[in-house]
Design a protein around this ligand. Structure first.
Ligand code: HXC
Length: 258
């Protein structure tokens, strides 16, 4: 299916989604967000697809929500449209793994979108920031919450209050990104990483994702108990039997996805 503002390509079991509004540094207007919601829902529902990479351009992953679209809206418009809600719940509800591959600017909504990913791979050119304060607003797609959980209060507060950008190295040492890759290698590395994940037993991939995310939603004892129960459920899968038998027989596993 063709979309107006994003490119979607399937490479074996990996879906590659590229934000494609170069004239606006991939600013996230309503159309992009609607398209993203649809693509993520379709990815989650397609059993042939096992990992997704979301990327932008060399210059910008996304420079934020589209300011030119927001400039004329008033508070009632934002409230009545419940701006930023519908598409976002589809992206966040994705049960299968996905990676944000970020080069250049990831600002405002762009940073927030990247932080919805299971992890971020950053080019050495990546710059993250929540500059909404300069526009008289504040993050509106989870930035104040996810950034604080990722990098802690001191850095999150400084970034939100000053609007300053954080470069790739600082982002890596602060825990915002999983790894830094030379810009020229970003896409190849992200696709290779995605292919590795796509080669894992799919139910185990979904459960591992769920388990790590659980750490942000529960207390430690409840999280550990739920982890144990999910582990026990996975042991009933055919892929568990295959994975362990393949290890013992010194051969690669062949997954059924159940
Ligand atoms: C709409 C944008 C845009 C944006 C850039 N553009 N960011 N259009 N919304 N968020 C457009 C510019 O207007 C310009 O279009 C073109 O992209 C190129 O941008 P330049 O500014 O000329 O590029 P450069 O000088 O390299 O500066 C890059 C930049 C700057 C530092 C990233 O563009 C910038 O500061 N952008 C805004 C970043 C931001 O504030 N993001 C947060 C948005 S609010 P023309 O047509 O002039 O060539 C948000 C959450 C809101 O995300 C939630 C609360 C409700």
């Amino acid at each position: 299916m063709a979309y107006e503002t994003i490119l979607v390509e399937q490479r074996d079991a990996v879906t590659l989604v590229t934000l494609n509004r170069p004239q606006a540094l991939n600013a996230l207007n309503s159309q992009v967000l609607r398209d993203l919601g649809e693509v993520f829902a379709a990815y989650d529902a397609d059993p042939s697809q096992r990992c997704l990479v979301l990327t932008g351009s060399e210059k910008a992953f996304a420079a934020g929500a589209d300011i030119k679209e927001m400039v004329e809206k008033d508070s009632a418009d934002f409230f009545l449209e419940d701006f930023f809600s519908g598409w976002q719940s589809k992206v966040v509800a994705t049960r299968k793994p996905w990676i944000a591959a970020v080069a250049g600017f990831a600002l405002g909504g762009g940073c927030e979108l990247a932080m919805m990913a299971d992890f971020i791979l950053a080019a050495d050119t990546a710059k993250f920031g929540q500059p909404e304060i300069k526009l008289g607003v504040a993050p509106g797609m989870g930035g104040s919450q996810r950034l604080t959980r990722a990098v802690g209060k001191a850095k999150a507060m400084e970034m939100c209050l000053t609007g300053r950008m954080m470069g790739a190295e600082e982002a890596e040492s602060a825990g915002l990104v999983a790894r830094i890759v030379p810009a020229a290698d970003l896409l190849e590395d992200a696709l290779k990483t995605a292919a590795t994940i796509a080669g894992m037993p799919p139910m185990a991939a979904m459960v591992n994702k769920e388990m790590v995310n659980l750490a942000f939603e529960t207390g430690l004892a409840q999280g550990i108990l739920t982890e144990r129960r999910l582990f026990q459920i996975l042991t009933a899968t055919e892929d568990k039997k295959e994975g362990m038998e393949a290890f013992v027989a010194k051969r690669p596993g062949v997954w059924k996805g159940r």
